[in-house]
Write a protein that binds this ligand. Structure first.
Ligand SMILES: C[S@@+](CC[C@H](N)C(=O)[O-])C[C@H]1O[C@@H](n2cnc3c(N)ncnc32)[C@H](O)[C@@H]1O
Length: 259
């Protein structure tokens, strides 16, 4: 999703690979769709349908997930680990290491590199079926600890209550309309175990108001706009940190810990 993360004013030579890799048959007996109690009509929205079309043409690789910036993945994961660590019980915090949820998970880059090394079990939710079907092979030997892969848009997804210690949302919330994001945040809050946290890691625009990218049908919000939506969902911001050492051509990326 290069166009979402790269500032408009900076030229980039990144070329999105539009081709799929070979189809892989996976045991997806545990993989399912959700959306029980949330009205489904928003899935028909043009904003969501355009994003679906965009992601359906993206290759199921780390480079595909990161819009041609696959090389930043280790820096990203290390920054996320450092942000999360102080909240964990093992570091004196309140967050258990039992169960995490990866939202807008793609092929499971974050599940594989960040969440499975820390948590006993992980669920993923991702709207693109091809990414869902590719995830277990991408994750490899530890994929048995991925309990569910929910193939669903976050705007329709209703996580089970009091289930997760960490709910990780990265480079996906710009795909949700404001009202849908507030609803999603509220449902995530109810899905936390006692002591659990939601982590949001997203691009931001430094000034003005949110910018729309019609290539992938997503918004990039300001930090204040994100905070306003979090407050409207009654979430408390515990910590905010800027990701260090990303290329200067990218939007500033911020991590928020919420409860
Ligand atoms: C930039 S990729 C990031 C993937 C992953 N979070 C990572 O950082 O590696 C964005 C992902 O969000 C997914 N996505 C887009 N709109 C979504 C929606 N409404 N609900 C759930 N996932 C969505 C895309 O299919 C894609 O897999």
């Amino acid at each position: 999703m290069a166009d979402e993360r790269v500032r408009d004013d900076v030229p980039t030579d990144s070329i999105q690979d539009k081709s799929y890799g070979d189809d892989v048959l996976l045991d997806s007996s545990q993989d399912k769709s959700r959306g029980d109690d949330v009205p489904m009509d928003s899935s028909q929205d043009k904003l969501y349908m355009d994003a679906q079309k965009y992601w359906a043409a993206v290759s199921p690789t780390i480079d595909g997930m990161l819009g041609g910036f696959g090389n930043i993945s280790p820096t990203d994961i290390n920054g996320s680990k450092a942000f999360l660590r102080p909240f964990l019980k093992s570091s004196g915090g309140s967050v258990a290491s039992t169960y995490a949820l990866d939202c807008g998970a793609g092929i499971g880059r974050i599940t594989k590199r960040l969440l499975l090394p820390i948590f006993n079990k992980v669920d993923m939710v991702e709207q693109d079926k091809h990414f869902c079907d590719t995830a277990r092979e991408f994750i490899g030997s530890e994929s048995g600890r991925v309990i569910n892969i929910f193939c669903s848009g976050l705007q329709n997804f209703k996580p089970s209550k009091k289930t997760y210690d960490v709910i990780w949302c990265q480079w996906v919330l710009g795909h949700l309309k404001d009202d849908d994001l507030i609803g999603f945040f509220s449902r995530c809050q109810q899905a936390l175990c006692p002591g659990g946290i939601i982590v949001v890691k997203e691009n931001t625009v430094a000034v003005g108001t949110k910018a729309f990218d019609d290539t992938d049908s997503s918004y990039t919000r300001t930090k204040d706009e994100l905070k306003t939506l979090m407050m409207k969902a009654d979430l408390k911001v515990l910590s905010i940190q800027k990701q260090k050492d990303f290329p200067k051509s990218l939007y500033p990326v911020y991590m928020f810990a919420l409860r």
